[in-house]
Design a protein around this ligand. Sequence first.
Ligand SMILES: [Zn+2]
Length: 141
Amino acid sequence: MEITMKAYGEAVQLLLNAANTGTSGGRASAQVLLCAYNGEEWQLDVTDLGILDHRHYDAAITVIRGRKELWHEPQEVVENGGRRFDEILKRWGHLRVSERGKRTCFNCYGSGKVPVALNKDNCDEMVTCQRCDGKGRYWQE
Ligand SMILES: [Zn+2]
């Protein structure tokens, strides 16, 4: 069956909603959208499709087919696509190809900041984490 622009747009919309959550389904949805957006910087772990329920899995396949068969990038087929993709680019930045091999910093829990000193009165003051140089992630040694 042929993919229509309407079906493609609805599938992108459904996955965008999921990708705006911090869930494992959100992670899988984000990978589908982001690799259809820019396949050099983002890639889909196909085994993550197993996380999706039937409805979201169908949407994922529709997005893949829409990208190939209709020759439109996913951000072009929904309203405010550029802005909405920016949101998931930020949320899922650690899934970029260049970031994939890194671990979340155990010292700052990925925030890049640590308290100045735990035993001082003013322990709200934060400084850059030395372990990860403020990036929140680092290459596993
Ligand atoms: Zn750190």
